[in-house]
Design a protein around this ligand. Structure first.
Ligand code: ATP
Ligand code: MG
Length: 229
């Protein structure tokens, strides 16, 4: 199958409305992200940020425009190739009624216990190993996790999957300032050489990003570096 170790993103004149909705959630939007660039997307609630990330994963078909990865429209990619290319931290993390191990490896079946434990330490989740270790049962009938712990499970999953394109939807939402800083540095470290598109409401960490876009009503209304904005 097609594999790639870098990802260049090209979005051209993208238009998307949800079924039955008159207003476009993404409206004539274009974006070019060279391989290896780290980009932040800011914007008010409802401005279309999550929709844009979902369109990149082909969760929806746009009415107009194209999205290409490495110069190939994603509509031409196989499901498997697209999945291996993209690592996602969605806005809402789903935990399955399964072990901690299975909850981490669902997108990274090749990861061994040593890697999983290492990633739990890096994301500050080592406490979850107390008791049953990687066999701890999560979800229904098992251990419930705090919002911040769920966020970091999402980040751990994405980093274990390790695709060349990382899409992060509010990766540090609900984390205290110290933990947020730890996660931002981790993302920067693991994201080196990868293309990273991060949606955020937070100002912390923006100085680590190469470029910042501000979204409003499905369009970018401002763009620049941290210093320019
Ligand atoms: P937030 O910062 O609150 O996460 P966002 O910028 O991610 O907001 P989106 O979730 O992309 O915003 O939503 C963009 C627009 O599309 C909003 O008007 C929202 O109400 C609408 N929308 C989102 N999901 C759906 C859906 N599944 N069906 C219909 N409309 C939707
Ligand atoms: Mg959102």
């Amino acid at each position: 199958p097609e594999t790639a170790d870098s990802a260049q993103v090209m979005i051209t004149d993208l238009v998307f409305s949800y079924p039955g909705q008159a207003a476009a959630a993404v409206n004539q939007l274009s974006l070019a992200v060279p391989a290896g660039l780290h980009v932040a997307i800011l914007g008010h609630t409802g401005s279309g940020k999550s929709t844009l990330l979902q369109l990149l994963t082909r969760a929806w078909d746009p009415q107009q425009g194209t999205i290409s990865l490495n110069d190939k429209p994603i509509s031409h990619w196989s499901e498997a190739a697209l999945r291996s290319m993209i690592s996602v931290v969605p806005q809402r993390i789903h935990l399955f009624s399964a072990t901690l191990r299975d909850n981490l490896t669902l997108a990274a079946p090749g990861a061994d216990d040593h890697q999983l434990v290492g990633m739990l330490h890096k994301t500050g989740l080592e406490k979850l190993l107390e008791g049953d270790g990687l066999n701890a049962w999560l979800g229904e009938g098992g251990r419930q996790l705090s919002g911040g712990e769920q966020r970091r499970i999402g980040i751990a999953r994405a980093l274990l999957h390790n695709g060349p394109l990382m899409l992060l939807d509010e990766p540090t939402e609900g984390l205290d300032a110290g933990t947020e800083q730890q996660i931002l540095l981790l993302l920067r470290q693991h994201g080196a050489g990868k293309t990273l598109i991060s949606v955020t409401h937070r100002l912390q960490g923006l100085d680590l990003m190469d470029r910042i876009y501000v979204m409003d009503q499905g369009q970018f209304i401002e763009q620049g570096t941290h210093q320019q904005l």
